[in-house]
Design a protein around this ligand. Sequence first.
Ligand code: FAD
Length: 464
Amino acid sequence: MEKHELVVIGGGPAGLAAATTAANAGIECLLIDEQANPGGQIYRAVGTIPEQRATLLGPDYNYGRKLVDQFNQSSASYLPSTTLWNLNSQLEIGILRDGKASLISADRIIIATGAMERPVPFPGWTLPGVMSAGAGQILLKSSGLVPAQGVVLAGVGPLLLLLAWQYLHAGVKIHAILDMSPAGNIWRALPHLPGALLAHHYILKGLRYQLQLKLAGVKFFNGVTEFHAVGGDALEAVEFTHRGGRQRIDSQLLLSHFGVIPDSHLSRCAGCDHSWDANQLCWRPVADKWDNSSVDGIAIVGDGSGIGGAVAARHAGRIAGFEAARALGYISEQERNEAARNDQRWMRDDLRVRPFLEARFHPPAELLSAPPDETVVCRCEEINAGAIRTAIHAGHKDANQVKFLTRCGMGPCQGRQCDNAVSQIVARELGDKKMISGGYRIRPPIRPLTIEQLAALNEGADPK
Ligand SMILES: Cc1cc2nc3c(=O)[nH]c(=O)nc-3n(C[C@H](O)[C@H](O)[C@H](O)COP(=O)(O)OP(=O)(O)OC[C@H]3O[C@@H](n4cnc5c(N)ncnc54)[C@H](O)[C@@H]3O)c2cc1C
């Protein structure tokens, strides 16, 4: 089996910074990513995008070029368009590239798989014409595609505002922005404001986006509840309650967003310990101050270890690179401490805004754990919330038992889309917060793989 000194999984700011730092320290390092180009979510396609589109996406986006250039100049090898379908505690990695599955291994692994949008089942979310805001942004970044007939943006979180601002500059008609964060969030966030002001550029940026959108005439509805996407064969409108009255906005496209959560499937597949984060409402890996997980030789950095944003991810990546150099014997503990000191300080400063953002954009509990019975929760196996509640009240007391009985979470996405929702429905139905002590047990393959690919498993793959 082909073996590497260090394998970094994920080419976003965390993975790029980790691989560059490690390679510059002399480590033989391979970076793997399923995207065709380095950059991750925030800097998707940054090296290949036309200038006009890059300008439209804003200065934060363009910072990615620097990171990608530094990575390209390092000695790290790179396997793009390569998907990981397995990782185990012996540091063996299953990859899929050009339709061929193979196994490689490493002395050390850094998982930097980032975040995914929080999947939230609401009435009508499976209708054609309903997509996530992240999907809309991916189409904009990677292909320059924007909605031709206008769009409604709805949900909770700063990405909604950013996408609205980017669409505004791309000339897209925004019918309305519906904010579903509970009114009380403002009060819960207020005590965190002094800390957040130490990273005030984030707050100013948000206020500037809002002001520009309002000046352009975009309608904002705050405190939206009882939100439904409605239509026959496809989306026709959204309906919601606002200030006690029922509203309807006609639209053929709805982009929804409910914040981001760590993409923890790979780290859970590898057997790393995770704990429930009640502020971010998700599982995050248990790690020490150097981001080492509970599995020897595996570190987890960036949004995959807890949502901190792109700047914190970049610093965490560099710190993990120094820690890899220490663990593999390239530098001493003291050299690592000195090398990482600035990044640790900058990361701490940058993270000061997080408690404010987490409180301000905390999604309503109702939305996450109480979808109506007829709402589909597991899209792959088409299991609705009613079937999940029936299973719970028949005595199945955790997400895994519900999975065995109903098959929810057993489809091609392997539970990535319904894992959080099912666990929160279980917790609500049983009135026991402790039930959120672990989601589905994650087993390989975490990404779809055919029997033919598995049977033809060979060893090794040629990095570019
Ligand atoms: C859809 C989406 C859009 C976002 N857009 C923005 C934005 O515009 N601005 C902003 O400030 N923040 C944005 N964020 C948040 C932003 O992604 C993070 O703060 C930041 O990118 C985290 O960096 P990272 O390196 O930890 O992870 P990421 O940038 O997410 O990089 C993770 C990488 O891992 C790869 N990967 C994951 N799983 C596998 C696998 N099994 N096999 C192979 N490769 C894998 C992915 O392809 C990805 O390239 C977005 C988040 C999401 C989910």
